[in-house]
Design a binder for this molecule. Structure first.
Ligand SMILES: [Fe+2]
Length: 272
């Protein structure tokens, strides 16, 4: 496990997850850093820069140009290792498995060796302090980079992950995670667990806006991100990524609920 310690960060910190090769959303969230007066160096991504959408290489380029701090997601780890799938561990034949075969092949074809070397060097855990709060940023989990942790996950899941994290980096007050694609905040003992959501894909709630987080004084605000989703969808359709995530950008509903706990799945009527 590779750590990066940013030390004390003054001012607000912008945290975002899942750019997912969605160039338009990534540019929009990076622009928010300026709008919100977030100092350069205080912009942190929870990983999966590359995934479902059309422009993996361009998205990597703008994240790097912005000098955002990036935690390695499973997608970065798999691409760095020249693997043949996204590493989510979807069961063979599930919808997520079939969908990932489409977008991962596109990303794998677009990402060059230099970008893979950058991915290979990304940290697994980023630490910083804000005021008195000790903050750690991870991707999915510490026990498994691709662990899906949701607001409704059992308390034992959080306890297990916090124990693994604190064994690595010492006591923490705030955890910022990503991977599962839905922003939330949950108190676990004395620790605040925040998922910063994903900017590159809506939250399966029928809204086009995506989410990111601004952390100030150790307290998180989950904010909505509006961006040119039509352009992002058109870019996907232009490269043949028409398996369902293209429509999700506008409908706000995922094409598959495979990864979701029952409590977060929607009645079929709601999906129209
Ligand atoms: Fe992930």
């Amino acid at each position: 496990m590779r750590h990066q310690d940013l030390g004390e960060l003054a001012g607000p910190v912008l945290l975002f997850g899942g750019p997912y090769s969605n160039l338009q959303a990534t540019e929009a969230v990076l622009a928010q850093a300026e709008v919100l007066g977030v100092p350069s160096g205080n912009v942190i991504c929870t990983g999966d820069v590359v995934a479902y959408c059309a422009q993996p290489a361009e998205t990597v380029a703008v994240v790097r140009a912005a000098q955002a701090v990036v935690v390695a997601g499973n997608c970065e780890k798999q691409l760095a290792a020249n693997a043949l799938d996204c590493g989510c561990g979807f069961e063979a034949g599930t919808t997520c498995d079939l969908l990932s075969a489409g977008w991962y092949a596109h990303a794998n074809a677009e990402i060059d060796a230099e970008a893979r070397r950058w991915m290979a060097g990304l940290p697994d855990v980023v630490r910083f302090q804000q005021g008195g709060a000790r903050v750690a940023v991870i991707h999915g989990g510490v026990t498994d980079v691709a662990r899906f942790v949701f607001a409704v996950s059992p308390e034992a899941v959080f306890v297990e992950e916090l124990a693994a994290l604190e064994a690595l980096v010492g006591p923490v007050d705030v955890v910022i995670a990503g991977h599962s694609g839905i922003a939330f905040q949950r108190q676990v003992g004395g620790v605040t667990w925040i998922n910063a959501g994903a900017v590159g894909m809506p939250e399966h709630d029928g809204r086009q806006e995506t989410r990111f987080v601004v952390l100030q004084g150790g307290a998180a605000e989950i904010r909505a991100l509006t961006y040119d989703a039509e352009a992002a969808q058109a870019a996907m359709q232009a490269v043949g990524l028409t398996q369902g995530y293209d429509r999700a950008l506008l409908s706000g509903y995922w094409p598959s609920e495979d990864v979701l706990p029952q409590a977060l799945r929607l009645p079929s009527l709601a999906k129209g």
